[in-house]
Design a protein around this ligand. Structure first.
Ligand SMILES: NC(=O)c1ccc[n+]([C@@H]2O[C@H](COP(=O)([O-])OP(=O)(O)OC[C@H]3O[C@@H](n4cnc5c(N)ncnc54)[C@H](OP(=O)(O)O)[C@@H]3O)[C@@H](O)[C@H]2O)c1
Length: 246
């Protein structure tokens, strides 16, 4: 395969929501811990999140003054380092002004992950200069829009990522699903239905449509495991459906 094996690993409600009050209840804290344990046990080479999730999970410093007077920076991929574990941020417009080259987090499954920013060529020179100064890697996934198949290929070619955890939110998951780029789905299911209309679904599709979009994605059950507190860990693998004869 010319790209990493991609596992979408998420916590959901019974009705497939990934945000809402159900995540914060004390009764489910052990299931949230299960999610992080499974993340570590996958032994992946990195995790990938959308810009909104990265902003919510890892506090960002204020945007620094952005005066840039040096020569324009060529739009070529920048590998600051080859690391053991990566945090890949889908940040097409360059909004995450990270303060350092790696994630700082109390959880060993995230702490120390070297940051790779996935950008379009539309970002500012000031932002690229900031990333270089901080020792943060970046790659270009398109001119104004992202081509996620290309992004996945570059993650393998440039950084050697073989196994990648796709960890939300719904928009980024939906984008990868539409492109047929999800090989496995791992869900820690909390036994609660989330009725808030504002809740984000596991796969939010429609915001980013491309010509590569697949019609539907089919998966087969790999394992269903009961967890404490009436939780479930469900894993499904992509089903390859043979082409039907006309
Ligand atoms: N339950 C769980 O396991 C779990 C896990 C992770 C996150 N979450 C929750 O999910 C929520 C965020 O989800 P979300 O769906 O709103 O946001 P998201 O997927 O985290 O980020 C969406 C943003 O990422 C960029 N992006 C994603 N796909 C793109 C594409 N194909 N092309 C170009 N840009 C793309 C865009 O950034 P720009 O807007 O900058 O253009 C887009 O607005 C948070 O509340 C978080 O807590 C839950």
């Amino acid at each position: 395969m010319d790209r990493p094996y991609i596992i979408c690993h998420m916590v959901t409600s019974l009705d497939g929501k990934v945000t809402g009050d159900f995540l914060g209840r004390d009764a489910h804290s052990e299931l949230i811990e299960d999610y992080f344990r499974i993340h570590r046990e996958y032994g992946a080479d990195g995790f990938l999140c959308g810009r909104v999730t990265m902003e919510g999970s890892f506090p960002q410093p204020p945007v620094p003054p952005t005066v840039y007077e040096d020569p324009p920076i060529e739009r070529v991929d920048y590998v600051a380092e080859r690391a053991a574990f990566y945090a890949v941020a889908i940040d097409p417009r360059g909004k995450l002004w990270w303060s350092g080259r790696a994630i700082s987090d109390p959880d060993d499954g995230y702490n120390g992950a070297h940051i790779i920013e996935v950008l379009t060529q539309n970002v500012s020179d000031a932002f690229l200069a900031h990333l270089q100064a901080k020792g943060i890697s970046y790659l270009f996934g398109g001119i104004t829009e992202l081509n996620l198949a290309l992004v996945a290929q570059k993650l393998k070619q440039l950084f050697g990522i073989e196994k990648l955890l796709l960890e939300g939110g719904g928009i980024v998951n939906g984008s990868f699903l539409q492109e047929g780029l999800i090989d496995e789905i791992s869900l820690v299911v909390i036994p609660e239905a989330e009725y808030s209309v504002k809740s984000v679904s596991l796969f939010e599709t429609g915001k980013y449509q491309t010509d590569n979009a697949t019609m539907a994605a089919s998966f087969r059950l790999k394992e269903a495991k009961r967890l404490n507190d009436d939780g479930l860990w469900l894993t499904h693998q992509k089903q390859c459906i043979p082409a039907t004869k006309e």
